[in-house]
Design a protein around this ligand. Sequence first.
Ligand SMILES: Nc1ncnc2c1ncn2[C@@H]1O[C@H](COP(=O)(O)OP(=O)(O)OP(=O)(O)O)[C@@H](O)[C@H]1O
Ligand SMILES: [Mg+2]
Length: 430
Amino acid sequence: MTKKLSLAQLLASLSPEERERLLAALSAEERDALAREWRFNARPDQLPPDGDWWRVWLFCAGRGAGKSRAGAEWCIEEIRAGRRRAVGCIGPTADSVRRVMVEGPSGILASCPEDFRADYEPSVRRIRFPNGALIHLFSAEEPERLRGPNLDLGWCDELCAWSNAEAAWSNLQLALRLPGTDGSPPRVMVSTTPKPTPIIKALVADAAGENPSVIITRASTFDNRTNLDPATLAFFEKTYGNSHLAKQELLGQLIEDAEGALWTRALIEKTRATVQRELLERIVVAVDPSGGTGRGSGECGIVVAGQDWPRPGRPRLCAVRPVRQVHRRRLLGEPSAHIARRAQMKSLRRGIMDAIWSATRLPASTRACLSASSMLRMASGRERSRSRRCTSKAGSTIPGSSTSSKISFAAGSRTATCRPLTGSTRWFGP
Ligand SMILES: Nc1ncnc2c1ncn2[C@@H]1O[C@H](COP(=O)(O)OP(=O)(O)OP(=O)(O)O)[C@@H](O)[C@H]1O
Ligand SMILES: [Mg+2]
């Protein structure tokens, strides 16, 4: 139990006399400084592990356990010591990076000590420190932005909530290629409430394997009770008790199976087999379609199970595969040739529109007010004018165009009017 307590908590647990004996040598100023010091307040699980052999520090913990604070403080500590100059911070979305990792109460700006304040430059998604070191901010939604930077340290917050986790994670690994100024290898910290995603499972397996490069620290929501509201923690305990949700979200445990699951992962792994399809006596494809087909509709479950005939009564699961979105018409058996044809047409249409956009040489602000499809219709003479809401500035025109192809904006209004076209070529720049 004591290994989960911070120095501050240990000190607070002493008698007043013992405490005073320890602090007697400190002036009031020094006591103040101590009270603000992260190494004094952090629990051991919130501090970077000892040793220099690890490349990835995985901090698996419950909600509100102090994960983000630990990540922000680690980055600041490394930068302040002058060991790191180019740090990459990645969160699930651009909004959460700003709201949680940068400006949040546990974020980088709030965690900077008074004598080492950082400047946030939102337009270039960067934080600049007094010693010149930079933190570059990335969203996992845009993994391609992680191509190019040279980083010496990384902090990944809520990795299990990343939408493009595999691409963002591998691009980050490739960007982490600079040694620290002390020659130490690049490192990355992952702070997350764990879920059985492929990356987390690979990291956990690495930590447990031979020659590990991953080290794991763990904490529960309740370990951070001194900084959270006691009534809320009591409510959590009462409401979620020993449930599946509590184990994952509060205790920060990696739970592989859904509560009450009939087919556990262990069972599937045990019975998984690679067999020739012809040897299977019976193959069952079970589909549990979601109610809708829109963005918000749930996942569609598909299970393929096969039974080999020589040993009836002993089923073997050949594949169990959740599919994110399956179009209802596909489920009803639309001929695959039609699907391929439609995809082909869609990509062709997109290609044509891109080409037209590029040929018009329209500034991006003007493009925003017209969809490419309405542009196509106007260029082909099928549509002669169009009004749309837009956010462009008043008075934008197509550069180098004649008056008949001008897009004019009423001053102050948000409506763009496209004048009639006499020939499609009029829309194209010089
Ligand atoms: N060692 C600590 N000393 C003082 N305050 C702390 C400590 N650790 C965390 N806190 C505070 O506890 C609160 C919760 O911490 P934090 O936001 O880092 O949790 P989290 O695990 O990232 O939460 P979430 O699951 O919502 O992402 C914050 O106000 C943070 O500043
Ligand atoms: Mg957090």
